[in-house]
Design a protein around this ligand. Sequence first.
Ligand code: JFZ
Length: 459
Amino acid sequence: MKTILKSILSGIVLVISTSLPHAEPSKPEASAPKRDSKQETRLEWWREAKFGLFIHWGLYSVAAGEYNGKLIPKTGEWIMWNAKIPFKEYEKFATGLTASKFDADAWAQLAQDAGMKYLCITAKHHDGFAMYPSKISSYNLTERSPFKRDPIEELSAACAKRGIKFCLYYSQAIDWEDRNGMGNTWDFGPEAGRNFDEYLEKKSLPQVKEILTKYKPVSMIWFDLPRGMTKERANKFAEAVRQIQPDCIISGRLGPGRYNDYDSTGDNSPPKEVRQGDWETPATLNHTWGYKKQDNDWKTPEQLTFWLVDIVSKGGNYLLNVGPTAEGVIPRQSVDALRGVGRWMKVNGEAIYGAKATAFGNEFGNPSDTEKDGRGKPKYQVNRDWRCTTKPGKIYIHIFNWKAKLELPAVKEKITGAQLLADKSAKVEVHQTATGVSLTLPEKAPGEIASVLCLELQK
Ligand code: JFZ
């Protein structure tokens, strides 16, 4: 009786709230969909993959960090918001999106050369511009730019050819082109007066359905910044994904509650220690996602390899970004950095793909004895000497700071063999006791960046 009353009441609330265009959503909210039985299967490839390529490409790539002769600070893909560019001005960038050098095979090949197993490109970012021929909104690349091909389709095919999982990013809530989307207050006034549901029903949800129908398979969809999303609203997106492509992983931030199949850490900030569950750290090569000509502070292959190993040793995946130019060129420095990681991956990939977190856990760092942080607490100092990843019957030690004598914490299982991946014939001596493992290694590191030692364990 109570439940019947409750559903009638919530029905009334629903009727009232949908008839008032600007009312807040109905309460009580629907709960997030159950994590269905297919989730484990869906995540199999992703748990094996570990390393992916993120691509931010859109009208902001044409602006390239500059507006009206001024260099605009902060991330490039947010330039419209950062500089409060009126829509009527921003949309003009479309004519500059020539994509004259766009080569889907080159991009997918770069991902492969870097050792990456998935690729995720912006189908539509916060600026609202669709990077594919959309029938839902004419604010798209084929209708507005000189480029008449479909880069999303071409990339999907280029990835399929190479066994790279193809994925799409879609900004479901923030949309600076649409007066009912979230975010653009300089053109459309305060957000409070909008019909956000109309935006979701007329543009966002139909475009999500459109890309999932047009491009198959989409192995993962990365939703972002759930401004204004409620569980009811998010449910509709989750249901659409499940209905059109049940095997598509949902990631990022669809709405409040857990819709996603895995978690995203903050950008550029991996956890300090091992973190349970499925998660990914999205990161930039410089300090922007979308191309910005003034940002030339690139991470080196050494730094990137450290991040990759560090993240995998804590149990996560690494989604590393490039920002191509308006011509469709991935900056040379990005290409070189990724190829550097790729050379390391060629030798040491077996210690990354499908690998799980460390067998230890106290190698990540320590509070400093002398230095204090901003709050007066001992400053956390990252230890970069080595990291550890594991597979059944194997422990991999990634040695960044090479020493001929290396001391490891105790290993429970009996170590039955030891090999350096970069030189399998090199001599390695193992002395194992109940309190630790002492290793005697060659004087010189056999590999570049980090030489990986594989310890075999008794089954
Ligand atoms: C979002 C976007 O706003 C940004 O433009 C880019 O696409 C990035 C990958 O995702 O930015 C975020 C979202 C969440 C966090 C950080 C940046 N976070 O949770 O730390």
